[in-house]
Design a protein around this ligand. Structure first.
Ligand code: FES
Length: 164
């Protein structure tokens, strides 16, 4: 994969934030840039980042696979991550995930046919007391997600996209 000049310029700005011998510290930023531009991080992109930063491809892959904010394949416009760690499972996290599976008609990990939603589970989001909790597009935290609130969220996003 050949990275564009614009992408390389963005990489360079991130690498410049660290001492020259610590260029690898920019790996997360470079992964985020690729994901912003392409929607996900393909294996070829990991290789290109590894080459750019002078680190093993496996070390880049380890970062990509450790954090579920990095998409390893294309996802829908709205990525819904429901926390299913034990504290949340004890407080209806599993039920929230099951409700979304039913409402969206996809299994966990799947993407709706219209490309609007990808449903995933997540590790602890640090808000166990607010369960059920979820993240939308890795940024927007939603707490106390009852079935009614889940319906409102999904219906609202669909309406905003003209697919209600
Ligand atoms: S276990 Fe779900 S937020 Fe902590």
């Amino acid at each position: 994969m050949k990275l564009s000049e614009a992408t390389l310029a963005r990489f360079a700005r991130e690498v410049a934030k660290f001492p020259p011998e610590q260029a690898q510290s920019a790996v997360m930023a470079c992964l985020s840039i690729v994901q912003q531009e392409q929607g996900y991080v393909a294996l070829e992109a990991e290789k290109a980042i590894a080459d750019y930063l002078g680190m093993p491809v496996m070390a880049v892959h380890e970062v990509t696979t450790f954090y579920n904010m990095y998409n390893q394949q294309p996802v829908g416009k709205f990525k819904l991550n429901v926390c299913t760690n034990l504290p949340c499972l004890l407080r209806d996290g599993g039920k929230a995930l099951a409700h979304l599976e039913h409402k969206l008609g996809v299994q966990m990990g799947g993407t709706t046919a219209d490309g609007l939603f990808t449903l995933q589970q997540s590790e602890c989001l640090g808000a166990c007391a607010d369960s059920p909790v979820m993240l939308v597009n890795d940024r927007h935290m939603c707490s106390f997600m009852s079935n009614e609130k889940l319906d409102q969220l999904v219906d609202g996003l669909k309406a905003a996209e003209g697919k209600a």
